[in-house]
Design a protein around this ligand. Structure first.
Ligand code: ADP
Ligand code: MG
Length: 171
């Protein structure tokens, strides 16, 4: 069992930074990954997913799945499922809605409010906890499996490379 640990915190001083993180994450995901997006309302979870989908080439709307529970995207034969369980009255609604079938080896599942489906939603490979850090946000990533750790390693490398491009004069 992989021992989850948060080793870094990514600062997201403005919305563009959240979008940048989503764009970089798009390059790091692989089929089979389950990614939890944790954090309060307005933390930027949907913003991050929207940027991820845009970076993959999706040009249509990216709606918050708060009412539909899941929004489906198929991009270059990759199935992406964006969930939001905020409105669940009880975790059993995950089973009642038959959502388990979306979690497959050929799909990437991005899950907002996974705690509302606790005990039923499959475990995360990667957890991204987004929180308010006024006036912006910060992201605490947590890898929970080998696949999640590999994704995170790629993400940190991409983040650092982008960062050094943005601040070339940084010591
Ligand atoms: P959530 O899905 O977590 O409820 P949304 O992505 O729907 O949140 O909304 C987040 C709001 O915060 C949006 O208005 C967005 O413009 C803003 N936002 C996103 N990231 C940042 C950031 N890093 N700094 C400041 N504002 C942000
Ligand atoms: Mg949302």
């Amino acid at each position: 069992m992989h021992e989850p640990q948060c080793t870094r915190e990514l600062s997201l001083p403005d919305e563009a930074a959240t979008q940048r993180l989503g764009g970089l994450l798009a390059r790091c995901i692989r089929p089979g990954l389950v990614i939890y997006l944790e954090g309060d309302l307005g933390a930027g979870k949907t913003t991050l997913v929207r940027a991820l989908l845009r970076a993959l080439g999706h040009t249509g709307p990216v709606k918050s799945p708060t009412y539909a529970l899941v929004e489906v995207y198929v991009i270059s034969s990759l199935y992406l499922y964006h969930f939001d369980f905020y409105r669940f009255g009880s975790p059993e609604e995950f089973v009642d809605a038959g959502l388990g079938e979306y979690f497959r080896g050929d799909s990437v599942c991005l899950v907002e409010w996974p705690e509302k489906a606790a005990g039923y939603v499959p475990p995360a490979d990667l957890r991204l906890a987004v929180g308010h850090e006024p006036p912006g946000r910060r992201c605490r990533p947590l890898a929970c499996s080998e696949e999640g750790q590999q994704c995170l390693t790629r993400l940190y490398a991409a983040w650092d490379a982008a960062d050094s491009c943005i601040s070339p004069g940084r010591p």
